[in-house]
Design a protein around this ligand. Structure first.
Ligand code: 5RP
Length: 222
């Protein structure tokens, strides 16, 4: 399913990486192709340090012998390559389908060039067909769900294999259906202010560019 489009977008994205840079590595099936490619570049002699956005990506990077850096030991990240669940024409995003939204947003927030890679199914006119992932402190999950309901959001607690899904930070995720979102920036602000919300998957003004695979072509939006 769109694997070639994901791979084409990823292969284009890695051409932006330069020698000596600090690179943020995203999470998910599209970022996978970029990480593989960075692994090959490192094998061929590229000197970079990488900051993974999840435990899953950390394992993958380590297996490919990509040198890792501690995010607390850097002041900025040069380039991050990450996926998205949806993007619109203003490069606003929904992320977090893979559950890594908190570290992804922290990494994005200190990244100079945030490159989003996507297959063509991720491009939308209005965000919101994909439910907005909201990471919550387990203690607050019902209280937050009620607040979300007051914002016309129907929240469902994420499960995996019959168990409540836990993030890398051992929090829960509520997947929230707001319908199509007229003003993602305004909704993001509302979510920022709910006590018990750790982070949410609306990424506003964080993407520098989106590289989207469509058939055999890649289109760059910036
Ligand atoms: C993980 C993410 C992913 O980037 C997003 O879910 C897209 O994943 P995929 O590339 O597998 O479609 O935000 O938290």
């Amino acid at each position: 399913m769109n694997e070639q489009e994901k791979k084409n977008a990823a292969l284009k994205a890695v051409t932006y990486i330069k020698e000596g840079q600090i690179i943020g590595l995203g999470t998910g099936s599209t970022a996978y192709f970029a990480i593989q490619s960075v692994g090959e570049m490192v094998k061929e002699g590229l000197t970079i340090k990488a900051i993974p956005t999840s435990e899953e990506t950390k394992k993958m990077a380590a297996a490919l012998a990509i040198p890792l850096a501690d995010i607390n030991e850097v002041t900025a990240i040069d380039i991050t390559i990450d996926g998205a669940d949806e993007f619109d024409s203003k490069l606003q995003l929904i992320k977090g389908g893979g559950g890594a939204l908190l570290r992804e947003k922290i990494v994005a927030s200190i990244t100079q060039q945030q490159i989003i890679i996507a297959d063509s199914s991720k491009q939308v006119e209005k965000l919101g067909a994909f439910k907005v992932p909201v990471e919550v402190i387990p203690f607050a999950s019902n209280a937050v769900a009620r607040k979300l309901s007051a914002l016309n959001g129907r929240a469902v607690l994420r499960n995996r294999n019959g168990q409540v899904y836990l993030t890398d930070q051992h929090n829960y995720i509520l997947d929230v259906d707001f319908g199509l979102i007229d003003d993602p920036a305004a909704l993001a602000k509302e979510l920022d202010h709910i006590t018990g919300v750790v982070e949410h998957g609306l990424f506003i003004d964080l993407a520098s560019m989106v590289i989207c695979g469509k058939g055999n072509v890649v289109t760059i939006y910036q």
